[in-house]
Ligand binder design. Sequence first.
Ligand SMILES: Nc1ncnc2c1ncn2[C@@H]1O[C@H](COP(=O)(O)OP(=O)(O)OP(=O)(O)O)[C@@H](O)[C@H]1O
Ligand SMILES: [Mg+2]
Length: 466
Amino acid sequence: MEQLLKLANQRPNFFTDILNSINDAIYITDKNGVTLWVNHISEVITQVPREKLIGRNVRDLEKERVFSPSVTRLAAEANSNVSTVQEVKDGRKFIATGHLVKDEKGEVIAIVAHCRDITEVVKTSSKLRDTEELLEKYSQELRKLKIPLHTTDLPPKKELILHPSTEDLIGKIAKVDTTALITGETGTGKSATAERIHLLSKRYNAPFIQINCASMPEQLLESELFGYKKGAFTGAHTSGKQGLIQAAEGGTLFLDEIGELPTHLQAKLLHFLQTKTYLPIGAREYVQANVRIIAATNRNLEKMTEETSFRSDLYYRLHILAINLPPLRERKEVIEDLAFYFLDTYNQKYNVNKRMTSRALDIFQSYHWPGNIRELENLMERLVILCDQTINEKDLPQKMMENQYMPDYMKQADQHNSMPELLESIERNMILEALKKEKSTRKAAQQLGVTQSLLMRRVRKYAIDI
Ligand SMILES: Nc1ncnc2c1ncn2[C@@H]1O[C@H](COP(=O)(O)OP(=O)(O)OP(=O)(O)O)[C@@H](O)[C@H]1O
Ligand SMILES: [Mg+2]
């Protein structure tokens, strides 16, 4: 220190020379933000000569966009040291820190701002982000090409027939690691979609494991999912057993029919989703796992949460990324694509070249497909095997012909097995149709031939949104 002071005494500009030799901006103001002194780099960065800065208040310079925001002002307002990213007129960015200089009493006597150019760093990291995005996009495209696309024991398929918006959503869901929930009636492609998300994701090389939560009793399901330690219960393997979460390490675990998960396992699953750790049966310590969960259900989970048969906190957690696959009867426009797609697939599988008349195709389009894509696919396989060269309307199952001229709500009849259920379904659908057509509930009631108050009672009973 003594030597330093000696040098300073010998050279009056010693300290300012030091500050000028630094490659970062040093900008000194009084406690009110009036510029007292700036080093050479400050002039270069702001593109304003020193004499035009000295004496000016940083607030005015900020208004003139010489720099924004002014870190000096921020530090003064916060009454403490502050760091921020500051931009100057030509768009260059700086990491700026405002330091308060205090006297022995703790009063601020000056503020020193120090700025370092990070334009290059920002450029490189945003370039890096762009490149990463592009890379991810290409690898997803590549994975799409490689996907064998089979979820059943069918031969490999070319691709899933998806609405562009669904395809887009699946791509986005595949990009991230968040839990996803797929909803839809039976046969709408929930399992196929889950597998596609996995195959398009970065986890594609790791296992995709699925389990149907409705397929076994509670205790068995718990040990299947979480595994158990040796000697956990009588009848347990002496060596213990790894659970499916462990088996899916690095990959995806697909929980089908999640609505059937018993309450106590719902709590265990929620814990896993929140902490990525779980307790195998009989174990004392939590085990970590890196597994993405995708769940599916054909039940109305939201309604189940109201009836308290499904935990609402788990529902919200699962619902972050939700994808609903509409039933075929609501997507009549894809029936033709699917029909030809499966015709082609099974023609290839059985090495034949069957065709379909346009009349038969019309009936395909007007049928309501209670079993959705699975039903259409299975029927097409049967037709390709059994029909002569051309698939005619007479080759189609009787029920498809019978249903043809029925209104849509009647077509759903065979999904219901009891008379009250069927009648309710018809009633609900008639109300829906009438409400769609008529602007007011009064007119809808008139059309249905009931009083408005009866209509309103039914609207509440069936939880219809009006
Ligand atoms: N978008 C699609 N394009 C082509 N084939 C599809 C599509 N979606 C589903 N499939 C096929 O339809 C059949 C039924 O699909 P999947 O098993 O995924 O339905 P699901 O909704 O899981 O049914 P469930 O509720 O009964 O489990 C499968 O053979 C599947 O490959
Ligand atoms: Mg399924």
